[in-house]
Design a protein around this ligand. Structure first.
Ligand SMILES: Nc1ncnc2c1ncn2[C@@H]1O[C@H](COP(=O)(O)OP(=O)(O)O)[C@@H](O)[C@H]1O
Ligand SMILES: [Mg+2]
Length: 506
């Protein structure tokens, strides 16, 4: 008989239901797989045959045709092993077709019949539910991840033999209990209160967190730039459940989800090294994987030692910084991954690191310093709203035993400011002040007369560009929101002016 089992393909973040059809006929014993399978799918033949035999079932000595439909969807990876094996058993009437009605099946087989983990289970389960499937057979290792999706019965499968006795009713497998997603807790890696001194930098990071602004820190080595960056996620607003699921989807596809924790609860913090490849940063590869910028989605992308990243690397950040997505072109057509991250960069002010330091002398020539700073491209700087100088601090401050403010307290202020922004942008489709375009800036960043005068003077005195002008207004808006003030007051504007780029191109 013709057997049909439903499975799921995944390319990028896109899922598509795949029908695995198996028919047996006369001819030399062989298995033929048609329907745009890649080499990993072709290799299923061996695994399916061995797994069926080792489960004590009969592998037919017939011509077996496996059709993966629709043929237009490319089938990648080993996740079709289990559905193919089951379809062979249904086609040879060793197990009933009815056991798989309304069901989706995914899983890789090992030769002994074990069912192995596959990546991308969460988006597959979400697709299954959306398309009206009521049950999903998944590798046992992936059951907790699939069970994040409500209203879908998840059957965890350890071996094909277990599954066979389940469908025959001999030894039913109990469905995996649905994973309740309660309130999202933040795991604090680096707490703000561990950072001594640097009040100016901490304040700037609070503003960055409150308005979603990108940040560049500059200062001599050892002043705590890396430490400050690592402390940012703990003051960012907690993720909503939808955001957490959104991030988890990406980690599921990247195969970076910790086995025992199916849901990413903390905002990601990604710190790629400057030697990272293009594909590693933006994503790509034969079976397209998300890059660091997508792994940083809804979290922080930290580029430490920014000038060490090549010009070309920094250039590719342009589109994602603008559009919050990244487009990857490949032979089979382009695909997109989300890449809505907050950029935090750090650099020394010059190659030796001491330029501008009152204590240690800088040994770099002026032309070396200019060349070093020019390594950061203009388009990237355009997307950075806050420039923080992180100076050396003296021993008294560093050895101060008093604790600073814990991250949680700062985060509460940040969340209150974000709430104001959510209300403000209800109809604009934006999520935070950093996303404002000139139209919204005109609408929401209105200055009084004193503010207008201050801004005019600053523009002339510091020779600010139109872009810098917009950046300062957005920041002033965030500072006002942190203060709970409906209007931008002169003090807010004056503070915003402090975070402009001083040495770098404006
Ligand atoms: N303000 C500070 N408070 C507490 N520890 C600090 C501070 N500044 C630096 N440190 C410590 O000094 C070390 C170097 O800091 P780091 O953040 O790597 O500096 P940078 O990135 O500026 O070179 C770290 O181990 C960090 O814990
Ligand atoms: Mg550092």
């Amino acid at each position: 008989m013709l057997a049909r089992i439903y499975s799921c393909s995944i390319i990028g973040l896109e899922t598509a239901i795949v029908e695995v059809e198996v028919d047996t006929g006369q001819g030399l014993p062989a298995m033929i797989i048609v329907g745009l399978p890649d080499t990993a799918v072709q290799e299923s033949r061996e695994r399916v045959q061995m797994a069926i035999k080792n489960a004590g079932m009969i592998y037919p000595r017939k011509r077996i045709t496996v059709n993966l439909a629709p043929a237009s969807v490319k089938k990648e990876g080993p996740a079709y092993d289990l559905p193919i094996a089951l379809a062979v058993l249904v086609a040879t009437e060793q197990i009933p077709q009815a056991a798989f009605s309304n069901s989706l099946v995914v899983g890789e087989l090992s030769l002994d019949g074990g069912v192995r983990h596959v990546r991308g289970i969460l988006p597959m389960a979400a697709a299954a539910r959306q398309l009206g499937f009521t049950r999903m057979f998944v590798p046992e290792a992936d059951a907790a991840e699939a069970a994040l999706i409500p209203d879908l019965e998840i059957i965890p499968v350890r071996t094909i033999l277990d599954l066979i006795s389940h469908v025959k009713g001999e030894n039913p497998i109990s469905p995996y209990p649905q994973v309740e997603i309660s309130e999202i807790q933040v795991e604090v890696q680096t707490d703000f209160q561990e950072i001594k001194g640097q009040e100016h930098a901490k304040r700037a990071l609070e503003i960055a967190a409150a308005g979603g602004h990108n940040v560049l820190m500059s200062g001599p080595p050892g002043t705590g730039k890396t430490l400050l960056a690592r402390a940012l996620p703990a003051i960012l607003p907690r993720m909503t459940i939808d955001e957490a699921l959104d991030v988890t989807r990406i980690y599921s596809i990247a195969d970076k989800l910790p086995r025992d924790v199916p849901l990413v609860r903390s905002r990601p913090f990604r710190a790629p090294h400057h030697t990272i490849s293009h594909a590693g940063l933006v994503g790509g590869g034969n079976t397209p994987h998300p890059g660091e910028i997508s792994l940083a989605h809804r979290g922080v992308l930290f580029l430490d030692e920014l000038p060490e990243f090549g010009m070309r690397v920094l250039e590719v950040l342009r589109q994602p910084l603008e559009d919050k997505i990244v487009t990857i072109s490949r032979a089979q057509g382009s695909l997109t991954f989300p890449a809505n991250f907050q950029l935090v960069a750090a650099m020394n002010p010059c190659p030796c690191g001491n330029y501008g330091d009152p204590v240690k002398a800088c040994t770099c020539s002026p032309s070396t310093i200019t060349k070093y700073q020019k390594r950061i491209s203009g388009p990237l700087l355009d997307r950075i709203d806050i420039f923080i100088e992180v100076p050396r601090i003296d021993y008294e401050k560093l050895s101060d035993k008093r604790q600073g403010e814990p991250s949680e307290v700062v985060r509460n202020r940040v969340e209150a400011a974000r709430q104001i922004q959510r209300e403000r942008f209800k109809e604009d489709g934006l999520s935070c002040n950093a996303d404002m375009r000139p139209a919204e800036i005109r609408k929401y960043c209105i200055l009084d007369e004193t503010g207008t005068n201050l801004m005019r003077t600053a523009m002339q005195q510091f020779q600010l560009s139109a872009r810098a002008y917009h950046r300062i207004l957005k920041l002033a808006r965030t500072i006002a929101d942190l203060a709970g003030s409906p209007n931008i007051q002169t003090a807010h504007l004056a503070e915003a002016l402090q975070y402009r780029h001083r040495n770098l191109l404006n």
